[in-house]
Design a protein around this ligand. Structure first.
Ligand code: ZN
Length: 254
């Protein structure tokens, strides 16, 4: 599910990297004014996901259905028998791989009949269903991956280089960096509907297919809503970083 190594083709992987900026930027107090709150929100969200996941990993589903079984049921009933489900290493490394049409679930999620497991597994199955139905934001997200994977790294570097150079060349370079990095912010925004929609599908299907009762939804909500918050934080971070670049640019020009 969750905060992606944002710039891969797969949906949902965990670590929400934001160590992308050149170190020099971290020495600017203005940077912290812009980026600080969103970074704190990100840390808090990560903490919430882990604690909700740990808590609801201890709560058994009344049906006794495991994450892998839940995902299989949802996929089969959604006409996706061809999508494979594999166990993978790493805590909360769960993701759907649209290229290989494969759902990869972390070992606990795969094996355990817990509320957290079926919640995460159903969310990932939700991404597979998005893929099947040609859900636009998912498609858009995939198209953006190449630009974003370059932009998130090269953008800030170009921007800093532009700042050190005088004249038109410097300004042009800095703007190029801002545009490249802008793709990262846009990507983080496009990710939001993809994630919210997968969780909404998961909650509906878990109940309608008898995997959890409506009383058990509380735990599912706690886990999936915390995960959604991490994406909101990631988007906020990218946007605030972009605003920071624009502010420095404005100072340079004035
Ligand atoms: Zn997801």
């Amino acid at each position: 599910m969750f905060p992606d190594l944002m710039f891969t083709f797969v949906t949902d992987t965990y670590i929400n990297d934001n160590h992308l900026l050149p170190t020099a930027m971290y020495m600017d107090p203005l940077y912290f004014i812009f980026a600080g709150p969103a970074m704190l929100l990100g840390l808090w969200a990560q903490f919430k996901v882990k604690s909700a996941f740990n808590k609801y990993s201890q709560v058994r589903t009344q049906s006794g259905i495991t994450g892998a079984e839940a995902a299989r049921r949802i996929l089969d009933r959604g006409g996706l028998s061809r999508v494979t489900i594999e166990a993978t290493h790493g805590m909360l490394s769960d993701h759907y791989d649209p290229f290989h049409k494969s759902l990869r679930l972390s070992e606990d999620v795969y094996n355990l009949p817990s509320i957290a497991s079926v919640g995460v597994a159903a969310h990932e199955a939700g991404h597979a269903l998005q893929d099947k139905t040609g859900y636009m934001p998912l498609h858009l997200r995939s198209i953006m991956v190449p630009a974003v994977s370059v932009g998130s790294y090269v953008g800030p570097v170009l921007f800093m280089a532009g700042m050190f150079l005088a004249g038109t060349i410097g300004t042009t370079l800095a703007w190029a960096g801002i545009m490249l990095f802008g793709s990262t912010a846009l990507f983080a925004l496009v990710t939001l509907p993809v994630e919210f929609n997968a969780s909404r599908r998961a909650k509906e299907l878990l109940v309608s297919q008898g995997i959890v009762s409506s009383a058990e939804l509380k735990g599912i909500n706690a886990v999936l809503d915390a995960a959604a918050l991490t994406y909101v934080a990631a988007a906020a971070q990218a946007i605030m970083q972009l605003l920071y670049f624009l502010t420095i640019m404005n100072r340079r020009n004035s």
